[in-house]
Design a protein. Structure first.
Lengths: 213, 445
């Protein structure tokens, strides 16, 4: 099952996107408003997890038919840009375990290459929130999902959370991993000839961590 | 509980000391900060609309006994404890030493009766038109001069000659030219001033009757349209979409076994989502930006100024999530507590400059809606348009939300959940219990 959620397509979200897409936005504002957007996306992502019915007693003595979280989860961030989403994840999930995967594009072959991964030992029994703000060609995230599946994670238990996606990337990724749930903020026009998302946001990691030159 | 009559000295050049009202509601602590000695009861009716205070004009020559008559009236009225109403007013303060109007104004909320007292009170038609009762104190000229001599010599250290000179040169001619002719506008003329006990009795009895006509009955419920359920709510009530995520957070908050640490954590999380939802109701305008890739992006930007009003104590549970979303937002506070009759009282109020601002009112629960109504009334009295107020809450009773919606149709209400019940004691059912006790860990258990 694949769903591409566009959480609350509303002006408030559009306003946040306008701020972080603007090349003239100062770094501190870029971080503040990215964090706010990321938090919204993560709440949306968590909503895709399984819940079970529960009945609680309120302090007024009434019964309330509610739901409760029904699965163990962990986060996995794709280094480096995915790490910008960890603070947002921690803000909503107390004491969450977070794994990391580093994938870089091989200069020679232009293909993504796994350089490093460190994941929670019991990741196979967990739902995984996979974090990467940009979905361009989809090559990197596909490689990350491959790593997770190799470690025993079920494909349908992966929720990929990202900020901006290119249609080409969604096409590529969903054809390869149709059971992964994608939660994205906005779907952009296309990729340009340099494989940048347009209108896009530039290099998210560089802007967030202040390493642009 | 005392009622609230406020004696207001008119702005004129009379040598007359404004006496402190012995029914002071406010202790002045600085120019703008106020401390209320007693909670201020509602100064509006059950539909949220302000009630007009009874305006009484008291006129008469210098030293005719106007102030004394006013004080007699106020003393008698203060025994009426069930008459509470009024509105915020700015009172110019007159300095009798320099004979000038001071820049500073005093803010008084909610007078039941406003007495305008002064030598020229009945002079202006505009002012007369505002008055419900117009009174002229007609004291004999000789008596007035005698009083004036005694007062100015004893209390203000003047000489006999200077008082008489001032009287014959200024006071007497102005009285004859400007004050005495206004007697014809009066509804009631009281001879001999405050000595005239019969006249004052008649006057206070009449005021009581008038006040009874417009009495505030807090227990009287407003008529909410029958048959409103969660499925056909008024358009200004917005419930956070009940996703599993939201319901799970609510289940944690509602559970009586949730400890303080978890209550705070999950409250902050849910409030964050509710505030984000509330912000979507604000106006935006088109904006095109250039991305680092060099491409244009057609976006939007906020078209509003935003402030917040936290209804203490519980409203402060929502401030941290608010500040994590709205950088450096200006936040006003009001402390409203309900008495045993579930009637709200205003104990403290401190607001930022609200000019041209939208305002988010923060209070995690709406039970009967009485204190929420007071918070909104304060904003309206400070000039915030109703359609610029968004009430943000976590759990509201259906009745409370409908009351607010009915009283303030332009107001927007954004709530995390809407509960059907409201107990006799004013608890929302199933509800969350006492929100701030649970958040701050101050419950008995």
């Amino acid at each position: 099952m694949t769903t591409v959620n566009n959480p609350k397509s509303n002006h408030q979200v559009a306003g946040l996107f306008t701020l972080i897409r603007n090349k003239d936005t100062k770094r501190e504002d870029f971080i503040f408003y990215s964090d706010r957007l990321i938090r919204l996306l993560i709440e949306e992502g968590l909503n895709c997890l399984p819940f079970s019915e529960t009945t609680v007693t309120t302090p007024t003595g009434c019964e309330y038919n509610g739901v409760q979280f029904a699965s163990k989860i962990c986060g996995v961030s794709i280094v480096r840009a995915g790490e910008s989403m960890e603070a947002g994840l921690r803000a909503v999930c107390k004491q969450i375990k977070i794994g990391k995967i580093l994938i870089q594009r091989d200069e020679q072959t232009a293909l993504p290459k796994l350089l490093y991964s460190k994941l929670p030992a019991d990741i196979a029994n967990r739902h995984v929130l996979l974090l990467d703000p940009m979905l361009a060609t989809g090559g990197t995230v596909a490689q990350a999902v491959e790593v997770l599946i190799e470690r025993g994670v079920k494909e349908e238990n992966i929720i990929f959370i990202n900020l901006i996606a290119a249609p080409e990337g969604i096409q590529f990724f969903t054809s390869k991993y149709p059971k992964v749930t994608i939660v994205t903020g906005e779907i952009d026009e296309k990729l340009n000839e340099k494989k940048y998302i347009v209108p896009g946001i530039g290099d998210f990691g560089d802007r967030y961590f202040g390493t642009e030159h | 509980m005392s009622s609230s009559s406020n004696s207001v000295s008119n702005n004129n050049n009379e040598l007359n000391q404004q006496q402190p009202n012995n029914d002071v509601q406010i202790i002045e602590s600085s120019n703008s900060k106020k401390t209320y000695t007693l909670g201020r009861p509602p100064w509006y009716d059950t539909t949220g609309k302000p009630r007009c205070p009874l305006v009484i004009g008291v006129c008469g020559g210098s030293a005719s006994g106007k102030t004394s008559v006013c004080h007699r009236v106020i003393e008698s009225l203060n025994t009426i404890s069930d008459m509470r109403q009024g509105k915020r007013v700015h009172i110019p303060i007159y300095d009798f030493k320099t004979h000038s109007r001071l820049q500073r104004q005093e803010t008084v909320y909610g007078a039941d009766v406003i007495i305008l007292e002064g030598i020229l009170t009945l002079y202006s038609k505009e002012l007369r038109d505002l008055m419900d009762i117009k009174i002229f104190i007609d004291t004999d000229d000789d008596v007035r001069l005698a009083r004036r001599l005694r007062r100015d010599i004893a209390e203000r250290g003047r000489t006999v000659d200077s008082v008489i000179l001032q009287y014959t040169k200024f006071v007497k001619p102005s009285f004859d030219d400007y004050i005495l002719p206004t007697k014809k506008h009066a509804d009631v003329i009281i001879p001999r001033g405050s000595d005239n006990i019969v006249a004052i009795d008649l006057l206070t009895q009449h005021i009581r009757l008038k006040l009874k006509d417009r009495g505030y009955t807090p227990q009287k419920p407003i008529n909410i349209v029958e048959g409103v359920t969660k499925d056909n709510l008024p358009k200004n009530i917005h419930i956070l979409p009940p996703t599993n995520q939201v319901r799970a957070l609510l289940s944690i908050l509602r559970n009586k076994n949730t400890d303080v640490g978890n209550f705070v954590f999950y409250s902050d999380r849910l409030v964050n989502m509710i505030i984000e939802e509330a912000l979507t109701h604000l106006p935006f305008k088109e904006k095109t930006v250039v991305t680092p890739v060099g491409t244009e992006y057609k976006g939007v930007e906020p078209d509003y100024n935003l402030c917040a009003l936290s209804v203490l104590r519980a409203g402060s549970c929502m401030e941290q999530p608010l500040r994590s979303i709205c950088k450096g937002i200006k936040t006003g506070k009001v402390l409203i507590q309900s008495d045993e009759n579930k009637q709200p009282h205003l104990f403290y109020e401190r607001l930022p400059d609200l000019t041209d601002s939208h305002v988010l009112v923060l209070d995690p629960t709406i039970a009967s809606g009485a204190s929420s109504q007071m918070a909104i009334r304060i904003l309206l009295d400070h000039g915030v348009p109703e359609n610029k107020i968004i009430f943000v809450t976590v759990v509201s009773s259906l009745k409370g939300a409908l009351t607010l919606s009915y009283c303030f149709p332009e107001l927007k209400i954004v709530t995390g959940a809407l509960d059907d019940g409201l107990s006799e004691k004013g608890f929302i059912l199933p509800g969350v219990g006492n929100y701030s006790d649970r958040y701050f860990g101050t419950s008995l258990k």
